[in-house]
Design a protein. Structure first.
Length: 292
């Protein structure tokens, strides 16, 4: 029996668009680029030959157009895995739920999603300007723990090894981490040997959860030092950001292809940063547009 989605569970606006994103089902392309900054949506779309849809609501700006014959939707998510939860559930609803009947569609529609972001490097091979592909993501946000099937798609052995390495017990320092793989086929399509593959930590905040201390002392002052030294089956943690784990995890559970590629704008190991990165991230955008 097909699943029915009540009005309280799937919110649809009076114009037939999904509640937060304000996108209508026919406006969504199969290829989706996600960015954090709403301003970056226009930067991506500046490379399009034509634009068929341009909508904005809160931090969610969306444009659908075409690039060299490929129909692509670009969506801004804002910051954090909580926003990815909204974006991914609404994009999946647009693709796989009939908005007129509120029933799940007979045939599953698979989306290919690439997040283009910025991050902080944690290893000597991730200096400022490096493009890092999140081959695996470790979620400090706890979001995937709310969904059935979480254990079936996650690397449980790596999760346990990491917790033991960090020496964290009880509520220190975050909800139980989850480790999820990005889609391998999509990684091969986007990375042509000019990017660094690694393990990304998706943190639940920019300051304390990423080991930054301002006026409030950290619960684990040695957090980043321990993270940098962690190694599991040849994997090391390469970078910090705030969205990749929820994107990879939810996409896996929903039956979509997803991955994250970020440009390093700060290296925590050697204490360098570049806040003027916006003029150079266009190089990464063009690579993704060519390869998606």
């Amino acid at each position: 029996m097909k699943k029915y989605f009540a009005a309280s569970e799937l919110l649809i606006n009076s114009d037939g668009s999904v509640f937060h994103l304000h996108i209508k089902p026919e406006q969504l392309a199969d290829k989706v680029i996600l960015v954090g900054d709403p301003g970056r949506v226009s930067l991506v779309a500046s490379h399009f030959e034509n634009i068929e849809m341009d909508v904005e609501s809160r931090e969610f700006k969306s444009i659908t157009g075409s690039y060299k014959g490929k129909r692509i939707t670009v969506v801004s998510t804002g910051i954090g895995c909580d926003n990815i939860d909204i974006v991914m559930n609404e994009l999946d609803a647009l693709a796989n739920i009939d908005f007129k009947t509120r029933y799940e569609k007979d045939e599953h529609r698979e989306l290919s999603l690439v997040r283009i972001g910025t991050c902080g490097g944690l290893q000597p091979n991730t200096p400022v300007g490096t493009f890092v592909v999140s081959e695996k993501s470790m979620g400090f946000d706890g979001l995937l723990n709310f969904y059935a099937g979480r254990n079936a798609v996650c690397d449980l052995a790596m999760e346990k090894a990491f917790i033991n390495h960090m020496g964290w017990t009880g509520n220190m320092c975050q909800p139980y981490p989850y480790v999820i793989d990005a889609n391998k086929e999509l990684i091969e399509r986007i990375d042509k040997g000019d990017m660094v593959k690694g393990v990304t930590i998706a943190a639940g905040g920019f300051f304390g959860p990423q080991g930054r201390e301002l006026r409030i002392p950290l619960a684990d002052p040695n957090q980043n030092e321990k993270i940098e030294k962690f190694e599991y089956n040849g994997y090391k943690i390469t970078n910090f950001e705030m969205e990749s784990s929820a994107l990879a995890g939810l996409s896996r559970l929903m039956g979509h292809k997803a991955m994250t590629v970020c440009m390093v704008i700060a290296n925590r190991l050697i204490k360098e940063a570049n806040t003027g990165y916006k003029s150079t991230i266009d190089e990464l955008i063009k690579k993704v547009l060519e390869r998606i």
